[in-house]
Design a protein around this ligand. Structure first.
Ligand SMILES: [Fe+2]
Ligand SMILES: [Fe+2]
Length: 278
C-alpha cells in the first residue's frame, strides 16, 4: 500500500497557491503521477522522492493495469476526478453548439493545454492552419485518449482544412520519434507513461516512416514541437486570441456540432451526452 504524504505532494506541485490554481483534473493527474513515483521508489527500494529521475520499465507499466479501476485509454470525461471518486455534473450544452461551447464545457483539462500549444506555435511563426491544428490537437482526449490523433483527425475532418486534420492525426505517432533538427526531443513524460525501454509497435513506426516522407511532415512535426507539458499556472491563454482563427478556418455547421449529419456528428454528440447509457 502506498502512503500519501500530503505535505510532500503539495510541495512537489509548488505549494498551496499553485495547487489552488489547478483544475480538479490537473490535481487528479498530479496525484496519479505522484503515486506512481512513490510506487517506483518502493519497487526500487528508494526513499520518498528518491525516484524523481527514475522511470519505470515497460513491464512495470504493464503490471500497473490491474491496480487501476479504469483503463488509461478512456476519455477524460468518463473518469472521475473527484476526490470521492464520483462524477461531477456537466454544464448543459446550447441547442446549436459551437466549437467554442465544446472548449468551454467539454474539453476540460485538455483545453488549456491546447491553448498553450497554439500560442507557442503562433509565437514560432507557424501558418494559421497549423496553429489551428495545435489548438485542436488533444481536445478529443475528453472523448478518447487511446489513438487520439486518429480520433481527433476524424472528428475534425469535416470542418477544417485538410492539412490541419492531417497534422492532428500524425502528431500522435511522431511524438514517439525525436527530430533534433526540428527541435523535438523524446519526452520524459513518455518514459514515465510507457516505460524507458518501450519500443513503439510496427504500425506506429510505419506511420512515422510514411509521415517523414510526406510533404506535410513539417505540419505534424510542428504540433509535436509546440506540444507543452510543463505545468505553468501563470500561462493561462484565453480562447479569445483564437476566435479570428476559428471564424476563418473552422466550418461551423448552422445546425450545431452533433446535429449536422456529418460523418463525425456522433463523436460530438458523445462529448455532449457522455452520461447516456447507450
Ligand atoms: Fe497528443
Ligand atoms: Fe498535446
Amino acid at each position: 500500500m502506498i502512503k500519501l504524504d500530503r505535505r510532500e505532494l503539495i510541495a512537489s506541485l509548488g505549494g498551496f497557491a499553485a495547487v489552488a490554481l489547478m483544475s480538479h483534473e490537473a490535481r487528479a493527474d498530479a496525484l496519479e503521477h505522484y503515486m506512481e513515483q512513490k510506487l517506483y521508489a518502493q519497487a526500487e527500494g528508494g526513499g520518498a522522492g528518491s525516484s524523481a529521475a527514475a522511470f519505470p520499465s515497460a513491464a512495470e507499466v504493464k503490471a500497473q493495469i490491474t491496480t487501476r479501476h479504469y483503463r488509461r485509454g478512456v476519455g477524460g470525461l468518463f473518469v472521475s476526478t473527484d476526490a470521492a471518486g464520483k462524477m461531477t455534473m456537466l454544464d448543459e450544452m446550447p441547442a446549436k453548439p459551437t466549437l467554442v461551447d465544446f472548449f468551454e464545457k467539454r474539453f476540460m483539462q485538455f483545453s488549456n493545454h491546447c491553448l498553450q500549444s497554439a500560442n507557442k506555435a503562433r509565437e514560432r511563426g507557424a501558418a494559421d492552419e497549423i496553429v489551428l491544428a495545435c489548438l485542436l490537437h488533444d481536445t478529443v482526449q475528453s472523448l478518447m485518449r487511446v489513438d487520439h490523433g486518429y480520433y481527433g483527425a476524424q472528428m475534425y475532418e469535416p470542418y477544417v482544412p485538410e492539412i490541419t486534420s492531417w497534422a492532428i492525426r500524425y502528431h500522435q505517432p511522431l511524438r514517439f520519434f525525436a527530430d533534433e533538427q526540428a527541435g523535438y526531443t523524446y519526452p520524459d513524460l513518455y518514459r514515465r507513461m510507457y516505460g524507458f525501454d518501450y519500443v513503439p509497435p510496427p504500425h506506429v513506426q510505419a506511420a512515422h516512416d510514411m509521415t517523414k516522407k510526406h510533404k506535410w511532415y513539417y505540419a505534424a512535426r510542428e504540433v509535436t514541437v509546440s506540444d507543452l507539458y510543463a505545468f505553468d499556472p501563470d500561462a493561462v491563454v484565453s480562447l479569445d486570441s483564437f476566435r479570428d482563427l476559428i471564424d476563418k478556418y473552422f466550418k461551423q455547421p448552422a445546425e450545431g456540432l452533433g446535429f449536422d449529419n456529418s460523418p463525425s456528428a456522433h463523436m460530438w454528440r458523445s462529448l455532449m451526452f457522455p452520461d447516456s447509457p447507450l
